[in-house]
Design a protein around this ligand. Structure first.
Ligand code: DAH
Length: 342
């Protein structure tokens, strides 16, 4: 046999085998087709292969490769037809394959979790690690060490839920600043996400429990410019290039204190109901750590300075997803969560 005759026979087998396989409509017919084409004893492919030794030695390698190619095409056609035949068999007995498939449920992360993880990632790139603290705190950690005088009106900013005389549910994540500085010497760069509690009414913009993210940097020679540059970098990463502004503010544990706004995500600065017509949305409370806070934990305030910030990831999620009501994020309504789960 010449090589041309050999390849011609293979081609013919390829075509006739595929037609035969396609015409099989039961498992038994398919088995017959398999035997006839590639069966060990009397298969047509085997018959063609018997001619291999009669080819010129230098042609055998190419001829063998052609055999393998045809064989794998035939095997793939057999497998495909086998599943079609099997499915056809099922139609006959019981099921309607034209019915829509059952819906797949896909789990997702909660939007507040998505925001926390993104914030952590952006700050991790800047050298911040994550620190955690307890939700049940003492007055000293939640207030006194943070420079709240016991009769100071700033205390009224926090509607505290008390667990006992001296224990309370933390009203902010700032006590994690204190716990971190007690445990680790500077330089410190931490991010502390967690839940906080306030005796607020549950309305469109308040919840009795909500998430906060605290940030703290303590080092030699760091100043307000580091705070401003870092928070501005964050806003540009998190929201995409955006305008920001800093406004003077007051917190007992920082001096000076500032709030950072980003341009309203909804109206882009022209003023709308979401930004109460200011064109800006508040994102961070921040400031230089008050020397008295450093002193309360034994950090040398002559040598070290620090800056800190606090943000509400639920608020950031509202801005990000354009949500009108914070309760959407805390009601666990699957119809809502499914739409924005990440
Ligand atoms: N603890 C403040 C609050 O709950 C938020 C905050 C403001 C944290 C300024 C800070 C900061 O670390 O520097 O409202």
């Amino acid at each position: 046999m010449t090589i041309d005759e050999f390849l011609g026979a293979l081609d013919a087998l390829d075509a006739s085998a595929l037609a035969l396989i396609a015409s099989a409509s039961t498992p038994a017919e398919l088995e017959l087709a398999r035997n006839r084409v590639i069966g060990r004893k009397s298969g047509e492919l085997g018959a063609i292969m018997k001619a291999l030794p009669s080819l010129a030695p230098e042609e055998r390698r190419g001829a063998g490769a052609a055999v393998n190619r045809v064989k794998s095409v035939i095997e793939a056609a057999l497998a495909l037809r086998a599943s079609a035949v099997a499915a056809g068999g099922v139609i006959d007995s019981a099921r309607d394959l034209t019915m829509p498939a059952r819906r797949q449920w896909k789990g997702g992360r909660h939007p507040v979790t998505v925001v926390i993880e993104e914030v952590e990632e952006i700050f991790r790139e800047l050298g911040f690690t994550t620190a955690l603290g307890p939700e049940a705190e003492t007055e000293w950690y939640n207030f006194s060490a943070l420079n709240f005088p016991s009769d100071h009106p700033a205390m009224e900013m926090h509607d505290t839920l008390y667990l006992g005389d001296d224990t309370l549910l933390r009203t902010h994540t700032s006590p994690v600043q204190i716990r971190t500085m007690q445990r680790y010497p500077p330089p410190i760069r931490i991010l502390a996400p967690g839940n906080v509690y306030r005796r607020d009414f549950f309305d469109a913009s308040h919840a009795p429990m909500f998430a906060q993210i605290e940030g703290l940097a303590v080092d030699e020679g760091i100043g307000f410019v580091d705070l401003k540059a870092t928070l501005t970098h964050f806003a540009n990463r998190f929201f995409g290039a955006t305008k920001t502004r800093f406004r003077p503010s007051y917190f007992p544990f920082t001096e000076p204190s500032a709030e950072m706004d980003v341009e309203c995500r909804i109206c882009h600065g022209s003023g709308c109901s979401s930004c109460k017509n200011t064109g800006w949305m508040e994102i961070f409370g921040s400031g230089m750590v008050h020397p008295r806070v450093l002193e309360a934990v034994g950090v040398d305030a002559e040598r070290y300075t620090g800056w800190a910030f606090g943000m509400g990831p639920a608020r950031a999620a509202m801005l990000r997803y354009g949500l009108p009501d914070i309760r959407l994020l805390y009601d666990s309504d699957m119809r809502f969560l499914e739409q924005i789960a990440g």
